[in-house]
Design a protein around this ligand. Structure first.
Ligand SMILES: C[S@@+](CC[C@H](N)C(=O)[O-])C[C@H]1O[C@@H](n2cnc3c(N)ncnc32)[C@H](O)[C@@H]1O
Length: 345
């Protein structure tokens, strides 16, 4: 599993918080539709340090408590064992000290495993986390990200792995969800025009191409071997709306057979907050530092795990230099797919 966020996640990911904020209307709709019960479990899958979702969970808690004042609420923050789960526990605990004073828990396991008992979760939520693949679908020899590569054969392998993983995630969640429960996924995606995080259709440079160019330059200079160059792969995948909906339209899929149904879906665009600020203040040094740090937060592990910390640091030093040299050509715009699902049986 080639994923680990760098420390201080929330401080470096203003864009991810904006993506969560953009989904808050649908999160509130989901909890408004829950039938009255004596208790509800709410779960945040792939929460990182939980800081980006504190505001969302406050709103959700307030709304659910308002509608169902007698219900006991439990909030579970989930992420990998390698995550900063102490920080996650602290951020989840920010929901304490006021009504409804929920029970708060941390689940330090992969969301590719069953995480709670069947029919437990009333409202499941996940933001910007389920694009990481559970395992490598084999080599990507000519690029660091499959969607930016021209490798059709690798694309087919990565797509197949992404679809297998998504089917598996939905199957697991369909078991955990209570009947009548709702699941809202907010995922990095690929729109009809092929745009995705870091690729805004050519308005600014493709961030994945830039990372690859830097990685290639390290191989050309002999800093890394050709073998390490080939191993430096960002093991994630941005699915299309059709790919996200596929297991819910396939009546033979395990998730569908468990009663999981598609309620609504949409694609939402969140412009790069660092670029927006630079447009206003033209502070190129702050822009280069901020944008580099946010890109580093999700990509560093892919390079550090195969080439070591020092080489990874070199990648981001060069990235920062590139941004600073031509700031007008940089922006990290988000393309996110929102999908509401319900368990009906
Ligand atoms: C970009 S962060 C998003 C964090 C937060 N949800 C947000 O939107 O700001 C992605 C998170 O997903 C977590 N993640 C990736 N694969 C996971 C898995 N298999 N199980 C649980 N968490 C996972 C990572 O550890 C990371 O903290």
């Amino acid at each position: 599993m080639a994923i680990a966020m760098t420390t201080g996640y929330s401080a470096q990911t203003e864009g991810a918080r904006l993506c969560i904020d953009a989904a808050s209307d649908w999160a509130l709709t989901c909890v408004e539709q829950l039938t009255n019960d004596c208790s509800h479990v709410l779960m945040d899958y792939g929460a990182a340090d939980g800081g980006t979702a504190v505001g969302l969970w406050s709103q959700v808690m307030d709304r659910l408590h308002q509608r169902q004042p007698k219900a006991h609420l439990t909030l579970i923050g989930n992420d990998l064992p390698s995550n900063d789960n102490v920080a996650l526990a602290e951020n989840i605990a920010k929901q304490l000290g006021r009504a409804p004073n929920p029970t708060v828990l941390v689940s330090a396991r992969s969301f590719y495993e069953p995480l709670v008992a069947p029919e437990t979760v009333s409202f499941g939520f996940s933001a910007t986390a389920m694009h990481w693949l559970s395992e490598s679908p084999g080599p990507l020899n000519t690029h660091t990200h499959v969607l930016a590569s021209d490798d059709k054969e690798a694309l087919a392998r990565f797509t197949a792995q992404a679809m297998k993983d998504w089917a598996s995630i939905l199957e697991l969640r369909s078991v955990e969800l209570a009947v009548g429960g709702r699941l809202l996924t907010v995922n990095l995606s690929r729109d009809e025009e092929g745009r995705y995080l870091g690729h805004n259709g050519g308005v600014t440079r493709n961030v994945h191409d830039q990372l690859h160019q830097i990685w290639r330059s390290l191989a050309d200079e002999g800093v890394i071997s050709e073998e390490i160059y080939r191993k430096g792969t960002i093991l994630n995948f941005y699915k299309s709306p059709d790919e996200f909906m596929a297991p819910l339209k396939d009546k033979t899929s395990a998730a569908y057979l468990n009663g999981l149904r598609l309620v609504d879906e949409r694609t939402v665009y969140v412009p790069c907050p660092y670029r927006k600020r630079w447009n206003e203040d033209a502070d190129t040094a702050a822009f280069a530092e901020g944008l580099m740090a946010t890109i580093r937060s999700w990509s560093r592990h892919s390079f550090a795990s195969v080439a070591g910390d020092e080489t990874a640091d070199l990648v981001y030093e060069r990235l920062k230099q590139r941004i600073a040299a031509s700031p007008e050509e940089w922006s990290l715009d988000y393309v996110e797919h929102h999908q509401i699902m319900e368990r009906v049986a």
